[in-house]
Design a protein around this ligand. Sequence first.
Ligand SMILES: [Ca+2]
Ligand SMILES: [Ca+2]
Length: 165
Amino acid sequence: MASVPLFAVFFYTLHIVAGADPCGRWTKLSSSCFLFSDFQVSWPEALMVCKAFNSTLVSVDSYEKNLMLEGYLQIRHPHDSDKTTVRYWTGGNDIESEGNYYWIGTDQRLVYTNWNPGQPESDIEDCLSMLGSTNFQWHDVNCNFKEYFICEKPMELSTSPSIIG
Ligand SMILES: [Ca+2]
Ligand SMILES: [Ca+2]
């Protein structure tokens, strides 16, 4: 745990998985478990926190998944005053090769996209963020900005044996 930031340790103790719920304290949406952070960090820090939970930054790799996450974020931030300032890191980035965005969780190039018009736009903005100010459409943003973030991990399947017949 030496490389894990202290805030991640505190966060973990607050959100420790309990009981048989396949997502524990995380949010279950479709077939994955999601953690919507309530603190803001840079993209590399966000990735480190997700990894500390055996998860990764979210891959928004389909229309349906984007719609689901956007809908959840709209509910999570119902007030316009909040929505105009809130931003969430995803796993999308072009850090390694400018203009070649991929999802760090799946190692796949972006196929489905929901960029805000005019984005992505910059060789100094390499991390993909969902911005409340544009109904959570995507922007390339400087990876050092501090934003909220979304971790994703597959739902843990039950290990109890099923009885057939
Ligand atoms: Ca870029
Ligand atoms: Ca941008």
